[in-house]
Design a protein around this ligand. Structure first.
Ligand SMILES: [Zn+2]
Length: 122
């Protein structure tokens, strides 16, 4: 979809800190994180953000990518677990939000995002 911000991020028309990618999805660090490593998983194609309106194959693939991304976050950031939220209210494009959970949580600065992305990708 032409004016959709997540489509633009997926087409790399808008820069983002991509930490994981597969054929049909990208996972990138949220630019307004509420915890270190907060990540948005989006489909490369534009699908309904009302998650369960989508075909089972689309849902399964998105969940699989969210799992792969969560495992990467756990491994690289050492968080206890990764909380998952699928509400789709803000941007009308299928997405899953991942929130690494820590015993001592903190909110990272915007300047930290590229350093953090590099740490996760490496
Ligand atoms: Zn879109």
């Amino acid at each position: 979809m032409k004016d959709c911000i997540f489509c633009k991020i997926a087409r790399r028309e808008i820069p983002s800190e991509i930490i994981y990618e597969d054929d049909a999805h990208i996972s990138f660090l949220d630019i307004n994180p509420t915890t270190v490593g907060m990540t948005v998983v989006v489909t490369k194609e534009h699908y309904d953000s009302d998650f369960y309106n989508n075909d089972k194959e689309i849902i399964d693939a998105a969940i699989n990518t969210a799992k792969n991304t969560a495992e990467l976050l756990k491994k690289k950031l050492g968080c206890e677990r990764v909380l998952t939220r699928i509400e789709g209210l803000e941007i009308d494009h299928l997405h899953i939000k991942l929130y690494p959970f820590y015993t001592n949580p903190r909110i990272p600065s915007k300047e930290e995002l590229s350093i953090l992305a590099e740490q996760i990708r490496s």
